[in-house]
Design a binder for this molecule. Structure first.
Ligand SMILES: *Cc1c(COP(=O)(O)O)cnc(C)c1O
Length: 397
């Protein structure tokens, strides 16, 4: 990892707790105050003029930022070794605003397949209406990625690990190709969190997270983030002030609170998921297990090299059909059936019956979603309990 950029020497747990926070808060509060306000007052016209002439630094109006939001942004930037960060009302708000800020009519985007459903839709359907071309290539196929690049290509966008198959993209190779062609790189690093992977250190330009997932960690808020270099973040912030996908201050407050335990939670989730993947991998009623710790995973070696943990999502195929997988899901007594992932509670779902419900089996197969696929977002419960629960559920499959 010769190209790794130096990061803050402090460990991820110390950063989760302290990064981005001033040593002294208002009224000596230890927590970052929640500034539940939409606007900010000016003492007089002179102060207003000083503000617009950048002679003083202060807030103006809620859509342009909030002090609670700023602390969350600085914490996220520090965790991902980035210069600055920007918080949004959701992960999709982060993705759409970032792409709108970088792209213009006639531009071309390369996106890797196996991505969050709404990201695929935004790229292939929405952006198309604005004159942006998109090529979808298989994650990990660098020949296809390079072939897809055109003179008009502005961005390569990829998840890593991907949703739901946990494919891992070799970030060093991606950056090498992108630099050759002067193309920007964006990684949706939601599945990894900054605890398991810091793409900026490999030279990736922008890193996006659905903070709704691991960063919030308690299934009680919606937010999204992008981190990267100062000029890029400034440009995206400018557009956010126009398009308005800003987080509520309370969501920013909850996010700061959630991130305090991020390193602890993710360490536990990595550990639990690895145990569950091992258990499932040796079970006769389970087919392929998609988890990067397994030697059978196509990018196991890359994941070992560029990640410090394999994440909390285990996807696997139940031997049989759609109904076999449903019997397993329904037989589990600990994980709840719900969309989303990354929270302290384990969640389980069949992508075919959740995000891809309205498609036919054939349409789902075209986008790579198998009927018997189950996605398990492993929480912080005791691994032994989760495994015993899966074991009993499998007797009913
Ligand atoms: C959930 C998710 C998103 C979208 O985030 P929201 O906060 O739900 O808008 C984007 N990418 C990935 C990988 C996700 O899991």
């Amino acid at each position: 990892m010769a190209k790794k950029r130096a990061r803050d020497k402090r460990g991820a747990s110390t950063q989760s707790v302290h990064a981005g926070e001033p040593r002294v808060h208002a009224l000596n509060s230890i927590t970052t105050p929640l500034l539940q306000t939409s606007t900010y007052t000016f003492a007089d016209t002179q102060e207003l003029c000083d503000h617009f002439e950048h002679r003083i630094e202060r807030e103006e109006y809620g859509r342009y930022g909030n002090p609670t939001q700023r602390v969350a942004e600085k914490k996220l930037a520090a965790l991902d070794s980035a210069e600055d960060g920007l918080l949004f009302s959701s992960g999709m708000a982060a993705i759409t605003t970032t792409l709108f800020a970088i792209l213009s009519r006639g531009a071309h985007v390369v996106v890797t397949a196996d991505a969050y459903r709404r990201t695929r839709q935004f790229l292939n359907q929405t952006l198309g209406r604005y004159g942006v071309d998109v090529s979808t290539v298989p994650a990990g196929d660098f020949d296809r990625i390079e072939e897809a690049i055109r003179p008009t290509t502005r961005v390569i966008f990829s998840e890593s690990p991907t949703n739901p198959y946990n494919r891992v993209v070799d970030l060093e190779r991606l950056v090498e190709i992108a630099k050759q062609h002067r193309v920007k790189t964006i990684i949706d690093s939601t599945f990894a969190t900054p605890i398991n992977q810091r793409p900026i250190e490999f030279g990736i330009d922008l890193v996006i997270h659905s903070a709704t997932k691991y960063l919030g960690g308690h299934n009680d808020l919606m937010a999204g983030s992008v981190v990267g270099s100062q000029p890029l973040i400034d440009a995206i912030r400018e557009l956010q002030g126009i398009t308005g996908a800003v987080p509520d201050p309370f969501a920013a407050y909850l996010l700061i609170r959630g991130i305090k335990t991020l390193a602890l939670r993710v360490a536990r989730q990595n550990e639990n998921a690895e145990k569950i993947a091992g258990f499932l991998n040796s079970h006769t009623k389970i087919g392929v297990v998609h988890y990067p710790s397994l030697a059978s995973h196509p990018e196991h070696k890359i994941a070992k090299r560029q990640m410090t943990g394999f994440g909390g999502v285990v996807s696997f195929e139940v031997e049989g059909d759609l109904d076999s997988a449903s019997r397993l899901v329904d037989g589990c007594k600990i994980p709840r059936i719900a969309p989303s992932l990354g929270g302290v509670e384990s969640l389980i779902e069949q992508p075919a019956l959740m995000s891809f419900y309205e498609l036919t089996t054939e349409e789902r197969l075209q986008v790579g979603i198998k009927d018997n696929l189950v996605r398990y977002s492993v929480g912080i419960e005791d691994a032994d309990d989760l495994i015993a629960d899966l074991d009993q559920a499998l007797t009913g499959v």
